[in-house]
Design a protein around this ligand. Structure first.
Ligand code: SF4
Ligand code: MSK
Length: 680
């Protein structure tokens, strides 16, 4: 073959490769998504599912052993086929070992995740303080009970002594001080995070013994960047110490503050009914989709979109009204508090636009794919960025910068823009019919109410049912979708297997949305999918076998629920509870930070898809085995969802055995400690 011909063949092959499209059924197990992927092909619109066919991940990067922390690299240390025999001699230019490189990369992921959650929290704290100081009319303190709880946790006085009499302190004064103390948690120069004392005492002591009590939120993240710079920390164990400190600062700091302050401002969620999946969009309505993570602006958008003025304006423009729906965790926030329907999770963001009915998608921060702007250009959809730290380079994107001081005006501009765009629809609208009813709005408080009752006001019913074996244990299944694996499948398989085996599952983030779409967030799901013990409990108290706990920052609700279960069970620590964590389809750095604060809090945690330390077996063993000796929780990796679920169940059973509650019992009220006493 002549050189010219060879070149032509190469070009054709390249073109063919470029054209390789995703198989909709292999790409997602969700029917609505399958229909929209096929629709994208009809319209010649490329999505992440197609890019998955042509863009393959770098094997060395996936193993965690590619370092590009200085200009002498990237230094790539692939794991030899057949593994390491004898001493691991692999080194980067500077001599950094595979363990050092993998540990540095791993804790940089923690830093990224902790920064994202915590910066979100800081934004909420700033708005909270503005509201408390009455600098804005758009926000008010909604949940004063929670304000008092948070004040107590932050050491803010809630009473005042007047003439020897203890009186309630002015609520506005408490709010201002709570805002100031909370803000200080990001950058105070002395002491440690105040929320650490919300963990069981034994957990706090473990952190102290291991030397990982976070000093302030920002410092722990900055220190990771310093330590992982070329030529600083070159001991994987010492690197992980800092990774652990930063992860705790996320879970028990930035994320927890974000959740608490949002609850005080916007209301603490309680169970409510809504719907999920792309079918919630309505052809004759203005479809405004909110996407990202921070509810600060979208809370006001909900308020504005529901005003008669805006509804009338939409009708003037030929629509029947305004249909608000959400993607990712902004959606979860609004679902939990207002019942705003969910249009989809991470992998459905492009698909919502491909319906041709999305008039505007307003985005804030995190998990927003840049490709939505390219997809939107094929339709009439306006993409509106709102955060000064999250803009897009495409000219078609509109930027309306949000500021809490003129929140109402910003929200009005956005809603109007969506309405004005209704008449510009150009493609034929095709909205999948699929949508599912959902019961959402759970959290540490509402679970206490449902499973403890107002009378007892604790987790005693839950603990009692764990003791008698009807509920085998608890699992937190959280995190993202990942286009490298079939959309929603890992999540749904793991969760169905868990509930079939009587494990009560708490979900957040995109896994919460996957469960919503599958109908697992309904009390009726218990009779279909749950084992007999769990089904009986769910039917008795009227809860679904899978409880939606909210957004990514709301994983902190799971920590508080676990701490409450420890108290109600008369146990010492979270590591004693029959509980396991999982992120079967993770992809974001935030998932790594969440996973690591679960582990550091004493929870056995399994990830699916891939694990970013597989190229450094010694370091991985440290995370997977040695961590348990130090923290009572450890990491694991299992891509097969059934095996994944059974690893979690085996861990739950081990904990049950350790507690002496591994045999089914008849129901009577006694905490685990009392039970152990009787059994002696
Ligand atoms: Fe290579 Fe060391 Fe530079 Fe990393 S820090 S890129 S291992 S020389
Ligand atoms: S949105 S971090 S894809 S859960 Fe919180 Fe979903 Fe993961 Fe983003």
């Amino acid at each position: 073959m002549t050189e010219e011909k060879k070149d032509n063949v190469k070009k054709v092959v390249k073109l063919e490769k470029k054209k390789k499209l995703a198989d909709p059924v292999k790409a997602s197990c969700d029917k609505a998504s399958q229909e929209m992927i096929a629709r994208a092909h009809e319209l010649d619109v490329e999505t992440i599912f197609d890019r998955n066919e042509t863009l393959k991940p770098c094997n060395i990067g996936a193993q965690g052993t590619c370092c590009k922390n200085c200009g002498m690299g990237p230094c790539r240390l692939p794991l030899p086929k057949g593994g390491i025999e004898g001493k691991d001699e692999r080194k980067g230019m500077c001599g950094a070992t595979a363990n050092t490189i993998a540990a540095r990369n791993f804790i940089r992921m923690i830093a990224g995740g902790a920064a994202a959650h915590s910066d979100h929290g800081r934004g909420v704290a700033e708005v909270f303080l503005s509201a408390a100081r009455k600098e804005t009319d758009a926000y008010k303190i909604k949940d004063t009970d929670k304000l008092i709880d948070v004040a107590n946790a932050l050491g803010v006085a809630t009473t005042v002594e007047v003439d020897g009499e203890e009186l309630d302190r002015d609520i506005d004064e408490i709010a201002v001080e709570v805002g100031e103390v909370a803000m200080n948690e990001w950058g105070k120069s002395e002491g440690e995070l105040l929320y650490l004392k919300r963990a069981p005492e034994a957990r706090y002591e473990t952190w102290k013994k291991q030397g990982v009590l976070p000093r302030n939120i920002d410092r722990e993240i900055v220190e990771i960047m310093h330590r992982t710079h070329v030529g600083v920390d070159q001991d994987y164990k010492n690197l992980m110490k800092q990774g652990t400190r930063a992860a705790i600062a996320d879970g028990w700091g930035g994320s927890m503050l974000a959740t608490d302050l949002q609850d005080i401002l916007f209301g603490t969620p309680s169970p409510l009914l809504s719907e999920a999946n792309l079918g919630v969009m309505k052809e004759d309505y203005v479809n405004l989709i909110i996407h990202g993570h921070e509810p600060i602006l979208s809370e006001i958008i909900v308020e504005v979109a529901e005003t008669q003025e805006m509804i009338d304006y939409a009708k003037e423009k030929g629509a029947k009204g305004i249909q608000l729906s959400g993607i990712c965790c902004t959606a979860n926030e609004l679902l939990q508090r207002h019942g705003v329907p969910i249009a989809g999770n991470f992998l459905q963001q492009e698909l919502a636009i491909i319906t041709g009915a999305c008039d505007a998608m307003v985005v804030d921060v995190q998990c927003i794919m840049q490709n939505i702007a390219n997809v939107a250009e094929c339709f009439h959809t306006k993409i509106i960025t709102t955060s000064p730290i999250a803009r897009m380079e495409q000219d078609s994107v509109v930027h309306i910068e949000f500021d809490e001081h003129h929140a109402l005006e910003d929200a009005k501009r956005i809603v109007k823009l969506a309405i004005d765009n209704f008449e510009n629809r150009k493609a034929e609208v095709m909205i999948p019919k699929h949508k599912t009813p959902v019961v959402a709005g759970f959290g540490a408080e509402s679970t206490e109410y449902h499973l403890g009752g107002t009378f007892r006001g604790s987790y005693s019913t839950l603990v009692d049912n764990i003791v008698n074996g009807r509920v085998r244990g608890l699992a937190g299944v959280v995190g993202c979708n990942n286009a490298r694996t079939r959309h929603n499948e890992g999540c749904l398989t793991v969760i169905k297997e868990l509930i079939k085996n009587d494990v009560l599952v708490l979900v957040t983030g995109c896994m919460g949305i996957a469960c919503a779409e599958e109908g697992l967030l309904l009390p009726e799901a218990a009779a279909v999918y749950a084992g007999p013990g769990l089904a009986e409990v769910c039917e008795t108290v009227g809860i679904p076998p899978v409880l939606h706990f909210g957004s990514c920052v709301d994983n902190s609700r799971i920590l508080i629920a676990a701490a409450e279960a420890v108290k109600a069970g008369g146990l010492k620590d979270i590591s004693d509870v029959p509980v396991a964590g999982s992120a079967p389809e993770w992809m974001s750095e935030k998932a790594i930070s969440i996973g690591h604060y679960f582990v550091a809090s004493g929870v056995y945690t399994v990830f699916g898809v891939t694990f970013p330390t597989s190229g450094a077996p010694e370091f991985q063993k440290y995370l997977f085995e040695d961590f348990e000796k130090m923290y009572g929780g450890m990491w694991d990796f299992e891509p097969d969802p059934i095996k994944h679920a059974h690893k979690m169940i085996a861990h739950i059973d081990k904990k049950r055995k350790d507690l002496g509650i591994d045999k089914a019992r008849e129901r009577f009220l006694m905490d685990i400690a009392a039970r152990q006493e009787v059994e002696k």
